[in-house]
Design a protein around this ligand. Structure first.
Ligand code: SF4
Length: 66
């Protein structure tokens, strides 16, 4: 699966980075950056926790097994 992000929705809370700093970071404007869009199945649980942590639903799963 892949991770998608909407920087228009993102409010820069940084929750996702706190949960999963391997896949998420904030840019100089304080908005989410997906560091590694392709997620290994073994990392899905952590990515899902990061997705759930976002209060504005600015990150989500996409792809065949999403
Ligand atoms: S938790 Fe959501 S709003 Fe906060 S930085 Fe991540 S994507 Fe943006």
């Amino acid at each position: 699966m892949r991770i998608k992000a909407d920087v228009v929705k993102c409010q820069g809370y940084g929750n996702c980075v706190g949960v999963d700093a391997k896949h998420f970071d904030l840019d100089d404007d304080g908005l989410v950056v997906v560091l590694d869009e392709v997620v290994d199945p073994s990392e899905m649980e952590t990515v899902d926790a990061a997705i759930r942590s976002c209060p504005v639903s600015a990150i989500w799963r996409a792809g065949a097994d999403a």
